[in-house]
Write a protein that binds this ligand. Structure first.
Ligand code: 5RP
Length: 225
């Protein structure tokens, strides 16, 4: 699996050229992309500016010597490359398994081009196998949780680890509630419903935002667009 992730990470880096402002995703697959960019910066003089999507990616990029700016310091991002947790045939996706969905969605929104890099296990007919993460303001979040229970979305809190009862705080100091809906009939309707809920900051449904998906499988790499 690590080899597949590395292959797509390196493939995506081929779309990056000097002069670009590049959105750097979060997670184990995106880390291979960032690593490859760092190698090119050091060895080939690749001249880019990175915009990161989490504290974890900022740390990695700094270690690799990739110059960084925040999203507010740039007019737009030329290309963002990120991982994903589940993708359907219409290129709707679920993200946020690594708790970085809010910064990831903001950076993706202000990117001219947006690519996901995944291994083929992430492709599915209908979204919902992966739980939909919802980022909520801590104040009043117990009430938001109850709304989800009433709606039948089988919510669970995201904790700092599986054997902990301490709620995870995101990089933006919010909580995460994961919804286990199993088969999402309409990602658009669910996104619209979540967008309207008081206390919800953002959710992990990334509906038709991506332009290209680079998929690694045991038969090689293919691009879906
Ligand atoms: C982080 C994310 C990640 O991109 C997603 O969870 C995929 O991660 P990985 O490549 O480790 O499977 O959305 O919030």
């Amino acid at each position: 699996m690590e080899t597949l992730k590395k292959q797509v990470g390196i493939k995506a880096a081929e779309f990056v050229t000097s002069g670009m402002i590049v959105g750097l995703g979060t997670g184990s697959t995106a880390a291979f992309f960032v690593e490859e960019l760092g190698r090119r910066v050091a060895e080939e003089g690749l001249d880019i500016i990175g915009v990161t999507t989490s504290n974890e990616t900022s740390k990695q990029a700094r270690r690799l010597g990739i110059p960084l700016k925040s999203i507010d310091e740039v007019d737009e991002v030329d290309l963002t490359v990120d991982g994903a947790d589940e993708i359907d045939a219409e290129l709707n996706g679920i993200k946020g398994g690594g708790a970085a969905l809010l910064m990831e969605k903001i950076v993706a929104t202000y990117s001219k081009d947006y690519i996901w890099i995944v291994d083929e296990r992430k492709l599915s007919d209908h979204l919902g196998t992966f739980k939909v993460p919802v980022e909520v303001i801590p104040y009043g979040s117990q009430h938001v949780f109850r709304q989800f229970e009433k709606a039948g979305y089988a919510p669970t809190w995201r904790f700092v680890s599986t054997d902990s009862k301490e709620k995870l705080l995101t990089d933006m100091n919010h909580y995460l509630i994961d919804l286990h809906i199993k088969e999402i009939q309409s990602p658009e309707k669910l996104a619209a419903e979540l967008d309207l809920m008081v206390g919800v900051v953002e959710h992990g449904l990334f509906n038709q935002m991506v332009k290209k998906v680079i998929v690694a499988g045991h038969d090689g790499i293919r691009i879906i667009e």
